[in-house]
Write a protein that binds this ligand. Structure first.
Ligand SMILES: Cc1cc2nc3c(=O)[nH]c(=O)nc-3n(C[C@H](O)[C@H](O)[C@H](O)COP(=O)(O)OP(=O)(O)OC[C@H]3O[C@@H](n4cnc5c(N)ncnc54)[C@H](O)[C@@H]3O)c2cc1C
Length: 389
């Protein structure tokens, strides 16, 4: 088989890139290790920046997002029972949209199907070959049968545990990592959200987040120990702990119910540099991870897709390699700012095992500054709604 771009990974990055390229007449094949149902069953991100919404529009996939996504003009931040609001729209002119990653991924799969896009599911043994030369190709097996695709470029959109990053020699790659000493226990429940905007809560018992997917589906998280397992937490124990961490009036009106999904995610900041090696480009979680505080994961994946899509269009439509040559640097410039924001917001909101009384005072005074200072709120809002591409 031969195509222009082989895309490894059928998550949001790979699908969005494939759909955007198709709209400009650039051919791709997507290789996905899992089944479509498995990918659509993963409950992950839910807050979309304007940049990602714009890309979904350009991809012709934004109708349902605009019909069903919930516009959020701001967010609440609490410390104990104190609570204040950051008004994104007033401070930046831009809201965010709450729309689940599962829904966005479904829209992209539907669009690829309608366009007759080529996606191979349940592929194994994906191997990247010749990426540093002029004849890149990818080999893999599907249903026990060995296959090969020759191509011009390879987009590594296969997430943190994929093969693409590992294909770049260690002598070329530099990795930067911070592992946080706690995780997030999250549940999804068919209950109305406690509030119509998200609540980020700093409490003496640890962080909590009240989020949502729609008016009938809530997503809640609490900071937990890395040694906890999902089985340690009954639904009842989760709700009790959440109530202790959010302001009293919110706890009083929290509607609880059985969880329909429960999982623990460790928190990590990670960046690999460079994001290009020859004809291989890394995109999304394959190249970087952020802690979910501030909802940057899916959104940074989208900005990579934007830069790569632009570069590939320039290459195929204008015969210029300027865009693909600049890809790694342009993507990394924005990613490091999102890494900084996610790290800062995580540091502000969580309890750390080694935190001294001085550290706690610093956290409290920073929260106080954020509550009372418009410039600080504006900086927070600009980062939250997404820095420009
Ligand atoms: C548990 C969890 C919770 C999260 N919660 C949030 C959140 O609340 N807010 C937020 O903003 N972000 C969140 N994120 C981050 C966000 O979901 C990711 O940033 C986003 O999914 C990145 O998209 P991606 O397409 O780059 O990678 P992925 O979504 O990881 O997609 C990669 C795809 O590649 C496939 N793949 C892997 N290896 C191979 C291979 N060898 N061959 C072929 N295919 C392969 C995988 O099956 C997967 O479908 C969360 C992530 C996780 C893991």
């Amino acid at each position: 088989m031969k195509t222009q771009v082989v895309i490894i990974g059928g998550g949001p990055s790979g699908l969005l890139l494939s759909q955007l390229l198709d709209r400009r007449g650039i051919e791709s094949v997507v290789l996905e290790r899992k089944t479509k149902e498995y990918v659509l069953g993963r409950i992950r991100a839910g807050v979309l920046e304007r940049g990602l919404v714009g890309l979904m529009e350009e991809a012709g996939c934004a109708d349902r997002l605009h019909a069903e996504g919930i516009v959020h003009d701001g967010t609440l931040v609490s410390h104990g029972d104190d609570m204040f609001r950051i008004d994104f729209t007033e401070l930046t002119g831009t809201p965010v949209i709450v729309y689940g990653q599962t829904e966005l991924t479904r829209d992209l799969y539907d669009a690829r199907k309608e366009a007759g896009g080529s996606i191979e599911f349940e592929v194994d043994d994906v191997t990247i070959l010749g990426a540093d030369g002029d004849a890149p190709h990818v080999t893999y097996t599907v249903g026990g049968e060995a296959r090969r695709i020759d191509c011009d470029f390879i987009a590594g959109c296969d997430g943190f545990h994929g093969v693409s990053r590992q294909a770049i020699p260690l002598s070329v790659r530099t990795e930067y990592e911070k592992v946080y000493p706690f995780g997030w226990l999250g549940i999804l429940s068919e209950t109305p959200p406690v509030h119509d905007e998200l609540i980020y809560a700093n409490s003496e018992r640890g962080f909590a987040l009240c989020s949502m997917r729609n008016s009938k589906l809530s997503r809640y998280y609490i900071q937990c120990s890395l040694s906890d397992s999902v089985n340690d937490w009954t639904d009842e124990a989760f709700w009790q702990e959440l109530k202790r961490r959010i302001p009293g009036p919110m706890a009083d009106k929290l509607v609880t119910g059985p969880s329909i999904e429960k999982s623990i995610a460790p928190l990590r900041s990670f960046v690999t540099e460079p994001m290009r090696w020859g004809r291989l480009f890394l995109c999304g979680d394959a190249a970087h991870i952020v802690p979910p505080t501030g909802a940057k994961g899916l959104n940074t994946a989208a900005s990579d897709v934007h830069y790569l899509y632009e570069g590939l269009c320039e290459f195929y439509k204008a015969g210029s390699s300027t865009g693909i040559d600049a890809y790694s640097q342009r993507a990394l410039n924005r990613i490091w700012k999102a890494e900084r924001f996610s790290w800062w917001f995580s540091s502000l909101m969580h309890r750390y095992p080694e935190q001294s009384s001085f550290d706690l005072k610093m956290q409290i005074s920073e929260l106080d500054f954020l509550r009372s200072n418009k410039a600080a709120q504006t900086a927070m809002a600009q980062n939250y709604v997404g820095l420009p591409y």
